[in-house]
Write a protein that binds this ligand. Sequence first.
Ligand SMILES: [Fe+2]
Length: 172
Amino acid sequence: MSEDPLLLSRLLDWTAEVAAQVRSGEIFVPTASGERWDLSVVGDDEVEIWVVSWPPGFRTELHDHGPAAGAFVVTSGSLTEGVWDPIAGRRVESRIGTGSASAFAPGHVHDVANHGTEPAVTVNAYSPPLAEAAYYDVHRQRLRRFAAARRTDGAEAPLEPTAADEDVAGGT
Ligand SMILES: [Fe+2]
């Protein structure tokens, strides 16, 4: 899949706009609850944008985003992104602190975790809008898909077992 620098730039711009609303308090994020939380702020045919809170200890499975490119910016706290490197056959971790952003083309496989002691908040954008995702584990330095699900229930949401059971399309 090809990378579209213009699209990635626009995704980063969109996340920055919404991040400013989060920082100003215009969008309130209930981090004190200790629960994972997300809010859809834009959803049209071109892009969807979410605000997501990440309680300490929360992590996603290794996953892709179907045909979507994406971007996220951390507005508070700190996250660790593990990116699958298909050449090296391993995950490569990096810390993404407050104010830092990441953008990715279709085909990007990652997991995201809050290893800190404070909640983290991100603004996430996807284009085209999230429609599906596949979930992976690693077997002998290769990705092995164990589930696929339609994604209409939130950005970077945990895999719902029932959705996975219904939508598994066969793994390789
Ligand atoms: Fe993701």
